[in-house]
Design a protein around this ligand. Structure first.
Ligand SMILES: [Fe+2]
Length: 169
């Protein structure tokens, strides 16, 4: 079944929120929480790459303030990736872990809020449904691709953020 770009990206937001809820419930041991952090970093980098490839070009093209809007989103992604790299480098029992997690959750929730309560609504009005559906099919393919296994990321010697970005090309 084909779904449009906005539906696919919104579903991806829900999946990330679910992992954040799990992490912030503080259940599970350090190893489990560490695996969840890595899982959510992979998901977020893939989300950012997807939006940069498919969403922002559309925003630039279709909205009058599109360039400024897309530039802001790209710099917000870069900020979130800096926090992810820091979070990736600390253990769940490190005293900095909860603060870094809270910072990342705040940034991502803000991103989700801005997109779903404003940007996506404007795009739905500005862009024909068949264009959004075609982009949605492309995005669905990228989202279901395995960019890097947790194992590869763990043993690459690089951080998870860089490993996933490289794997996605
Ligand atoms: Fe998003």
């Amino acid at each position: 079944m084909s779904s449009d770009l906005i539906t696919v990206l919104s579903e991806d937001h829900r999946a990330v929120e679910q992992v954040f809820d799990e992490l912030q419930s503080r259940q599970g041991g350090p190893a489990q929480r560490s695996a969840l952090v890595q899982h959510v970093i992979i998901a977020l980098v893939r989300h950012a790459v997807t939006e940069q490839r498919y969403l922002y070009p559309l925003v630039r093209q279709e909205l009058p303030d599109g360039d400024a809007r897309a530039d802001r989103e790209v710099s917000e992604h870069a900020e979130a990736e800096r926090v992810m790299a820091d979070l990736d480098a600390v253990d769940p029992d490190d005293h900095r872990f909860e603060a870094l997690l809270a910072e990342l959750v705040g940034q991502v929730r803000n991103h989700i809020e801005e997109e779903e309560h404003e940007l996506f609504l404007r795009l739905t009005q500005a862009v024909p449904g068949d264009v959004l559906r075609e982009l949605g099919d492309n995005v669905r393919r990228l989202m279901t691709a395995e960019p890097a296994t947790d194992e590869q990321a763990l043993h690459s010697g690089k951080g998870t953020v860089d490993t996933v970005r490289e794997a996605l090309g």
